[in-house]
Design a protein around this ligand. Structure first.
Ligand code: ADP
Ligand code: MG
Length: 292
């Protein structure tokens, strides 16, 4: 491609809401074999809301929600914001707490009224030595099968209950995935969330390759492994996604993503429409087909 053609492509891109960072970016787009998507905030809108919450051992469900919101008050994860919003709707105040800590991809903890409280995924609470009883698992499975993310609340040595959160798919997620597949690209889902939740989303979108429960630190390595025999784009929005965006042959993020994701990406979809991944592909094909 001539420099002029690339410049034209880049400027058409900006008219169509694509921020394309550099002359070699459009060329990379049409060489892709696959596109990897993060789930939360990328395929989904990223604004989950609390749908269910209940306890196992006699603590009231309102106390559970209040404790959960209290430990989340130190974080700004979408799940945490949803829990805080629910607590506010229920008119609950936050409790006195200190020593807030966040474990990316796992959960949050704090000392509340002298007791350590954990809120996070199953694996993380298990690492802390907390055990989920068999008869509680059935009810929880129903929630994950419905595509809901379940977080567990532990106080000191025991799990008190769970909260389930549901995030909606972006309205153009399905069309975006199917257009990529029509063009012969492989579509892959990569998420830190539970395998069952990931599978439910993948089924809705007709995605057959799913990698779930991937820790933030493992996302880039996962991308690298997928690059063994193909060129891949990574589409993501989170702080966690930045190393994976950098590792991929092409990084794409959306307007409204975390700052570091937008900085790392080669293309930013300025109008926050996932379908502009297709706009970028068409532009690249158009630009490079013409000149050869
Ligand atoms: P994703 O890859 O879907 O964006 P993350 O890597 O941020 O997800 O988190 C993975 C999982 O860790 C979440 O599904 C949740 O179970 C747990 N988790 C992470 N952050 C929090 C938090 N602030 N509160 C509760 N759970 C959390
Ligand atoms: Mg995300």
């Amino acid at each position: 491609a001539t420099p002029t053609a690339i410049l034209v492509g880049t400027s058409i891109g900006s008219e169509r809401g694509l921020l394309i960072k550099g002359g070699d970016v459009l060329e990379k787009v049409h060489q892709l074999d696959g596109v990897i998507f993060d789930k939360t905030g990328t395929l989904t809108v990223g604004h989950p809301s609390v749908t269910d919450y209940f306890t196992f051992d006699g603590m009231s469900s309102q106390s559970l929600l209040q404790l959960a919101a209290t430990v989340e008050s130190g974080a700004n994860h979408p799940l945490g914001l949803a829990i805080l919003e629910k607590a506010q709707q229920e008119g609950l105040s936050l409790l006195q707490a200190e020593d807030f800590q966040t474990e990316a991809g796992s959960g949050v903890q704090a000392i509340v009224e002298g007791k350590i409280v954990w809120l996070g995924n199953e694996g993380w609470l298990q690492e802390k030595g907390l055990i989920i009883e068999e008869d509680e698992k059935n009810k929880i499975n129903e929630l994950t099968q419905a595509g809901k993310t379940v977080v567990y609340l532990g106080v000191e040595g025991s799990i008190k209950g769970v909260l389930a959160l549901k995030d909606n798919l972006r309205p153009d997620a399905k069309q975006t995935v199917s257009e990529l597949q029509k063009r012969g690209l492989e579509v892959i889902l990569l998420t830190g969330d539970h395998p069952q939740v990931a599978q439910t989303i993948a089924t809705q979108l007709n995605i057959s390759q799913v990698f779930a429960e991937i820790r933030p630190g493992e996302k880039a390595a996962m991308v690298e492994a997928l690059q063994k025999n193909k060129k891949v784009a990574m589409v993501g929005d989170g702080i966690n996604d930045a190393p994976a965006l950098a590792q991929a042959n092409l990084g794409i993020s959306l307007q409204g993503s975390t700052q570091v994701a937008m900085e790392t990406a080669d293309i930013v979809l300025m109008s926050d429409r996932l379908f502009d991944v297709i706009t970028a592909m068409d532009l690249s094909l158009g630009t490079f087909r013409k000149i050869r």
